[in-house]
Design a protein around this ligand. Structure first.
Ligand code: ADP
Ligand code: MG
Length: 356
């Protein structure tokens, strides 16, 4: 296998990929996804901010999940300019206060109060209700907080993927139900951090609700910039907090990807079943990446001294903690082919047994 992990075990509980920028997290994530798909242990869900995971990466032209597994992967896009993928649209009536709190990250407590006051009294979708709110209609909201909220909410106008009376989430969920993996391409919204925070929160909440009520196929949800959802003080507004702490058998599994693990709520970090750690220098990040790990001091020295594209593996998906070189992604094609050839050999042997 590409990375010596028990992928079945890995995908049973929340896990994380940590490492400084440029050390190879995104490529490692691609290798992990390809391995999960080639071993058929789960499907995956990717928020593809920089159009890297589809057929070919826009940033370095390396092949993505849809290149290797076209029959297992469905592509959606927020960008009408991308004709290769299905359009992803959400109905404005599915927006909740938490989505707005996460998207802006820094709403003041009176603004958050105003948001919930409007949400309780509203008859229309939340966004239009905020835009049309007056202090006469919502006397309990702080007047200047209400105005500030109205000014801020205008920034959501640029999200062309929010529409009234149109929603393609159900189309996506039907594909997931049928075992498909999803790559959600952000296209022209790729540099818009607010679009990512907003949308990831909405989708994760709706996935969580679906998975709580149904027995859907196993799915790993990869979350880049995890600390923006899981920082203390903000984590309580997201479903990611609950997903990261999920210990009962649940088919929706969270995989965190982050360059600043020290900003992730400690409670969440210490419960990860597996960690894939790339080079980090900042002592607080190293400390947090290893939260809850026995013999921490031993591993700290390793994390600060390993070069790029080298990985420390810790957790129950590996027999003993191990440091490995990450394969060159350019060889992914040959590796996957080899895997497939071996697979075919296995099948041939079995058929030999059956047919004598
Ligand atoms: N395993 C790998 N094989 C080939 N190239 C790699 C590998 N890991 C990293 N790289 C190169 O390094 C660059 C940065 O890696 P990336 O995964 O984007 O880092 P990060 O996500 O941690 O910022 C990539 O664009 C790629 O060119
Ligand atoms: Mg990256």
């Amino acid at each position: 296998c590409e990375i010596p992990l028990d992928y079945k075990k890995l995908t049973e509980k929340p896990f994380a990929i940590f490492g400084r920028t440029g050390m190879g997290k995104s490529i490692l994530c691609k290798i992990v996804c390809n391995s999960i798909l080639s071993k058929d242990v789960s499907s995956v869900f990717i928020f593809d901010m920089h159009s890297e995971y589809g057929t070919f990466s826009k940033t370095d032209n390396t092949p993505g999940l849809n290149f290797f597994f076209p029959e297992k992967v469905e592509m959606f896009t927020l960008d009408p300019g991308n004709r290769e993928a299905k359009p992803f649209i959400i109905d404005s009536k599915n927006i909740r206060p938490e989505d707005i709190i996460i998207a802006f990250q820094d709403l003041s407590p009176p603004m958050i109060d105003a948001l919930y006051i409007i949400n309780r009294g509203r008859k229309n979708d939340l966004i239009s209700e905020i835009k049309n709110a007056t202090i006469e209609k919502y006397p309990n909201a702080h007047p200047s907080a209400l105005q500030a909220l109205q000014r801020r909410i205008m920034r959501l106008n640029r999200f062309g993927f929010v529409m009234e009376g149109n929603d393609t989430f159900n189309q996506m969920i039907t594909l997931i139900k049928n075992g498909k993996s999803i790559v959600l391409d952000f296209g022209k919204y790729g540099r818009d951090a607010m679009a990512y925070l907003f949308l990831a929160n909405i989708i994760a909440r709706r996935l969580y609700n679906e998975y709580s009520e149904n027995d859907y196929p196993h799915l790993v949800l990869f979350l880049e910039e995890a600390h923006k959802f899981l920082a203390p003080g903000i984590a309580s507004y997201t479903i990611f907090d609950r997903l990261a702490r999920e210990t009962r058998k649940f088919n929706l599994i969270l995989a965190l990807i982050d360059q600043r693990p020290s900003r992730i709520d400690e409670e969440v970090g210490s419960q990860l079943a597996n960690r894939l750690i790339l080079s980090m220098k900042e002592p607080s990040d190293v400390e947090s990446a290893l939260a809850g790990v026995p013999d921490k001091t031993l591993w700290k020295d390793i994390v600060v001294s390993i070069p790029a594209r080298t990985l420390l593996l810790l957790g129950d998906a590996i027999r003993v903690p191990t440091v490995v070189d990450i394969m060159d992604y350019n060889n992914m094609r040959t590796r996957l082919n080899k895997f497939n050839i071996k697979d075919i050999d296995e099948i041939a042997k079995q058929s030999g047994k059956i047919f004598g």
